[in-house]
Design a protein around this ligand. Structure first.
Ligand SMILES: Nc1ncnc2c1ncn2[C@@H]1O[C@H](COP(=O)(O)OP(=O)(O)OP(=O)(O)O)[C@@H](O)[C@H]1O
Length: 344
């Protein structure tokens, strides 16, 4: 089989918990999904559903007292497939992968740049650290790394790149800082870019520009992107395939058109109804999902969505539905569509 048909990243039954004095937070509770080479995967769900923790687990950046308690994260390198969960978070191979082959665009780029070095210097250092991604046979010189940095600034639409590389992050506007962050993420030619709500901290006009830029860069470099957001409108613009998460589990996944036009899971339907321009002709008051997101210490038994679900059945509170194929292209974990349950 050609490697193109195989996933670049495969997350299997991932579980991440935080042990706190108040109790155990099961932030990620059996999540599985694949990312194909060059694919833009959208991960969507309400705040607190475990999107960021899943991504930090992929990068082995879970903060204490958090811990991966179960699961596998297979990542395809040139040398073969590695299970990232088995690598030491501070070891050489993980450091090579983190920032080199998998890069993160965080929600708030201000925190990602050091205020005491120019953004250009920080990108030059990153390029030198992963020099082999640009030049496998020899170490790049500092001036070559600087030229690459200027080129990256140009690629991400920063004007006067020769001058701008000498600025500090706090001297840049929010939009320029986010572009510089994207340049930083691209500086190691990653195979996989994780964009965690990358437009949260910027104004609406700049948001649209940054989304267009990411689409353009993805097409140009064929970089796979995991795009995390709570906004299905953004998913519609960016992603070809969607994973819908709720309380640390995948509720539904499928091609973007199918998810939008024929959602199978009641949670996906509820999320879609909360975008008036996409669902329903009249702009009546925003239909919100009934009930509140449960407190992380009080996870409901059975399907985590059952206390808020309009289609709840008796067994939903006692057994956890498996994520199973529904129709030809989607997967859903819902007893409306199948009977199979898994061990909680
Ligand atoms: N350092 C931490 N200590 C304790 N609990 C944490 C920690 N980080 C995350 N959590 C918990 O893990 C759960 C998932 O959080 P996560 O940040 O992944 O959600 P999210 O879907 O990315 O939300 P948002 O859209 O707000 O970023 C939440 O209940 C959160 O409170």
């Amino acid at each position: 089989m050609s490697t193109e048909a195989q996933p670049l990243l495969s997350v299997r039954d991932l579980r991440v918990s935080f042990v706190l004095d108040e109790g155990l937070v099961r932030a990620v509770d059996g999540t599985s999904f694949d990312v194909m080479p060059g694919q833009v995967l959208g991960v969507v769900g309400e705040s607190g559903c475990g999107k960021s923790v899943t991504m930090r687990a992929i990068l082995q950046l879970i903060d204490r007292p958090g811990r991966i308690t179960k699961g596998e994260i297979h990542f395809r390198r040139d040398s073969g497939v590695v299970d990232l969960v088995q690598l030491s978070p501070r070891g050489g191979e993980m450091r090579d992968i983190r920032g080199g082959e998998i890069a993160l665009i965080p929600q708030e780029p201000m925190a990602a740049f050091s205020p005491v070095h120019t953004v250009g210097d920080q990108i030059v250092e990153a390029i030198l650290l992963h020099s082999h991604r640009w030049q496998p046979d020899r170490k790049l010189s500092r001036s070559e790394a600087r030229d690459i940095t200027v080129g990256l600034f140009r690629d991400v639409g920063i004007s006067m790149p020769e001058q701008r590389i000498y600025t500090y992050s706090w001297q840049l506007s929010g939009g320029l800082r986010q572009r510089a962050m994207i340049a930083m993420a691209l500086s190691c030619k990653p195979r996989l870019l994780i964009a965690d709500e990358p437009t949260t901290a910027i104004d609406v006009t700049t948001q649209a520009q940054v989304l267009a830029l990411l689409r353009d860069l993805q097409a140009r470099y064929n970089t796979a992107i995991i795009f995390i957001t709570h906004d299905l409108g953004v998913i519609a613009q960016m992603a070809s395939y969607v994973v819908v998460m709720y309380l640390g589990r995948v509720m539904e996944e499928g091609p973007v058109d199918d998810i939008f036009h024929a959602p199978k899971h009641p949670y996906t339907r509820a999320l879609l109804r909360s975008i008036p321009s996409l669902y329903g002709q009249t702009r009546v008051a925003l239909p919100v999902i009934s009930g509140a997101l449960p407190h992380p210490f009080n996870r409901p038994p059975g399907c985590p969505f059952h206390p808020r679900c309009p289609d709840v059945m008796e067994r939903c509170s006692v057994a956890v539905p498996r994520l199973m194929p529904v129709g030809t292209s989607q997967l859903a974990s819902c007893f409306l569509h199948h009977e199979e349950a898994e061990q909680a």
